[in-house]
Design a protein around this ligand. Sequence first.
Ligand code: NI
Ligand code: MN
Length: 227
Amino acid sequence: MKITYYGHSTLLIELNGKNILVDPFISGNPLASEVDIDAIKCDYIFITHGHQDHVLDVERIASNNPDALLVSNYEIVSWFQEKGIKGHPLNHGGKYNFDFGTAKYVNAVHSSVLPDGSYGGNPGGFVLWHENECIYIAGDTALTRDMELIPMTCPKVKVAVLPIGDNFTMGYKDASIASDFIKCNSVIGCHYDSFPPITIDKSVAVAHFISRGKDLTLLEVGESKEV
Ligand code: NI
Ligand code: MN
């Protein structure tokens, strides 16, 4: 499994030969100005919730990748279907077998509304797996005990992508507790530094994880990690 970080919460995950783009927010993020958004190739677009900083570039990427399937909750998939983007709706606790493997939509504690004010359903995260490759993408969320359900109901998480920027989501200390709940010590941080209220001291966050015997990877924009 290969994970490429495009800034904020945008990831490209290569799993079982398929490319899964998560929460595309590139054109609105000055930290991602070097990313060639039109060069991104994907088979799927996964959306955790409806906020602008997670859906901004969906239409552009979908028009560049006309065969890509949008996967999100029912409300978000329906909203994009009206714009001509095909999708597969999930709802919380449900999983489905796609051609790359399985995706489960799991709880997040946050809010969700689409950019035009439409109801975005409840926000979520995803657990994606194929054989022993398993990744948890938390989406925007507070620390929640619901995360303890993940190791009870999904394969062992190999790497977790957790928000660490605080203010709108959990901060890095709560994220280190989340990694206890999901029984995964390998974390990739997201949702930090993109806006002033979520600017963090990265070295302090990394040191906190090390002090708890855990690994926090903070990828550069455009950097990939093989896990
Ligand atoms: Ni949000
Ligand atoms: Mn957000």
